[in-house]
Write a protein that binds this ligand. Structure first.
Ligand code: SF4
Length: 256
């Protein structure tokens, strides 16, 4: 069984393998899955509405003032967390007032939890917009997805909505400083771990020059049942190879 969608705007705090305790902020609907991608490994299952244009779904998104109020209440509370993380049921940057919301959350952070950081887990599809790209500089921990080194691999693994180009996405990632790249590697079908796949992917990473790359494989049920986990030892080998070939620090995150 894939995971059910989150039913609230705020969730957690979640104890993340990478960053510690994080308050999750979900800006997408709770009744159906809205995303600009339909990744074969998504632990929420297949995307119900795959689009870059959420105007038809506006009534299903949380209200701006409600989100701000809830985040402020959590920031003032005794909840134990050191990160405000935009993540949740789909792609956070699809939220129409995302940039304003980042400003509001930063102001809340400054007022109530000055040592906390603001993080974003994004599939990178919003970077085609100037305002979203510029907004990355305001996020302490921008973690952006890249799962493939070719347009063919991108289409097979991420199944993006029309209008999202692979090369354009890589160009946008290259244009932003101080980002983290998150990558999910999968064996089986489709896969992104053949020698050719990895060579193309490392080439893009070398061009993007992120602060760090975080590699994962699947650790939960996924919608595409022909996928297979990349074993932890292999994931670590890929990370070591990638680091050697790109000069970018690469870390494998495995459950064991
Ligand atoms: S981008 Fe994230 S939420 Fe959207 S389909 Fe892919 S894994 Fe799921």
């Amino acid at each position: 069984m894939v995971l059910p969608l989150k039913q609230t705007t705020l969730y957690g705090p979640v104890n993340s393998r990478r960053y510690g305790k994080s308050l999750g902020i979900n800006l997408m609907p709770c009744r159906y899955k809205l995303c600009s991608f339909n990744c074969v490994y998504c632990h929420f299952g297949w995307t119900d509405k795959r689009t870059l244009d959420v105007s038809e779904c506006a009534a299903d998104l949380p209200g701006f003032d409600d989100v701000v109020r809830e985040v402020e209440q959590a920031a003032k509370s005794s909840l134990d967390f050191g990160l405000f993380t935009f993540s949740g049921n789909g792609e956070p940057t699809l939220y129409p007032r995302f940039v304003e919301l980042v400003d509001a959350v930063r102001a809340i952070r400054d007022r109530y939890r000055p040592t906390a950081r603001v993080a974003l887990l994004s599939n990178s599809s919003g970077l085609g917009r100037d305002d979203i790209r510029q907004c990355m500089a305001k996020i302490d921990l921008p973690v952006l997805k890249l799962d493939a080194g070719t347009a063919k691999g991108f289409r097979a693994i991420n199944r993006p909505a029309p209008g999202i180009g692979f090369e354009a996405t890589v160009d946008h990632l290259r244009s932003i400083d101080d980002i983290y790249i998150q990558t999910v590697l999968v064996d089986g079908y489709p896969s992104n771990t053949s020698p050719d796949d990895l060579a193309a992917y490392f080439e893009k990473i070398a061009q993007i020059k992120p602060q760090e790359v975080h590699l994962y494989s699947i650790d939960r049920p996924v919608p595409e049942t022909r996928l297979q986990l990349v074993p932890p030892e292999r994931l670590r080998e890929i990370a070591a190879q990638g680091e050697r070939e790109t000069g970018v620090p690469m870390r494998a995150f495995c459950k064991n």
